[in-house]
Design a binder for this molecule. Structure first.
Ligand SMILES: [Mn+2]
Length: 319
């Protein structure tokens, strides 16, 4: 990964001259934004700085193994810091504080924007945006190496978490040789891969197991090769599961070979949510979702319509 060394020189100077640094992950934080913030947090701590990570939302408890996460502040009470770094946020509104602190984005302050979303509009005074990177933590790894900053075992664990989660544990199509190369280097630095895989991927609750069991049991294939499943409101009640426990099961349903696409219909509070996925190169599920007022990406999309699910019974005469 080649970074703009002039921009990096300016960032290095700003960070070396700073004492207090605020790190801002995006709202509804995921493994990449949390890994990015705490990768930098641990490095800055080691350099004798005073870093603070503050996010508008609380991080999910699965990230409790990330070194330093117990210090995270929920909500941002001031922005009086020497340098502010925003990580993995493709647009200013994704910080959740763009209305509270519009001055973060007028380039008057030392604000560094580090991101891999192709739609990023370079809202920082300094910007390191690499759309080909599978994760923002890969960019941060390269920055630390180029700036000759410390990269401890704690930092390595945080950075590997971002690559691990944004590539879906190295199975999504963004898993390129560079992602594997940087992951290997982080492992060599002592990153805790076992902790990552155990805490993030091997932590299915019994209620989730029961709910997924119903989804899988209800799965069928339509005559036009669509894999479908349904979950009713009472399934959540009977399994003592919440709606967020559906996360991930659609990828299971979508793994049936040669399906055109897959859809799960979920009943939730007077509405039906549709989650669509496809592995078919010729199908754009966002176009299908937009028929129902939804949207998303070409390979993963969704919609919500008012109503409830009802099973249709058909009768026929057989001999
Ligand atoms: Mn990301």
């Amino acid at each position: 990964m080649k970074l703009d060394q002039k921009e990096l020189g300016a960032i290095k100077k700003a960070l070396e001259g700073a004492t207090t640094v605020l790190l801002i992950p995006h709202k509804n934080p995921d493994g990449d934004t949390i890994g990015s913030a705490f990768g930098l947090y641990n490095t800055l701590l080691e350099m004798g700085k005073k870093p603070t990570v503050a996010c508008i939302d609380e991080p999910p408890p699965v990230f409790k193994f990330i070194p330093g996460i117990e210090t995270i502040q929920v909500g941002i009470d001031h922005i009086d810091y020497d340098v502010i770094i925003i990580v993995d946020a493709g647009a200013t509104h994704l910080t959740g504080v763009n209305e509270q602190y519009p001055q973060l984005f007028d380039k008057s302050r030392e604000v560094i924007n580090i991101d891999h979303h192709p739609t990023n509009d370079y809202y920082g005074k300094y910007n390191v945006v690499v759309p080909t990177a599978a994760a923002t933590t890969m960019i941060i790894y390269q920055m630390l190496v180029d700036m000759d900053f410390p990269l401890s075992r704690q930092t390595a664990t945080a950075l590997l978490t971002g690559i691990y989660t944004d590539t879906g544990s190295f199975i999504h199509s963004n898993t390129n040789s560079e992602a594997l190369r940087i992951a290997a280097r982080l492992l060599a630095r002592g990153a805790n891969l076992r902790g990552i895989s155990k805490d993030i991927f091997n932590t299915t609750k019994i209620s989730t197991m029961r709910l997924w069991g119903r989804v899988l049991k209800n799965t069928y294939q339509t005559p036009d090769g669509v894999t479908m499943s349904v979950v009713k409101q009472k399934d959540f009640e009977e399994c003592k599961a919440t709606y967020d426990e559906m996360s991930g099961v659609v990828d299971y349903v979508n793994s049936v070979p040669n399906a055109s696409y897959s859809v799960i219909l979920t009943e939730k509070g007077g509405a039906v949510k549709g989650s669509l996925r496809t592995l078919n190169d010729h199908i754009d599920v966002s176009a299908i979702a937009s028929h129902y007022g939804g949207g998303g990406h070409t390979k993963a999309a969704g919609f919500t319509v008012k109503g409830r699910l009802e099973q249709e019974l058909r009768w026929k005469v057989v001999d």
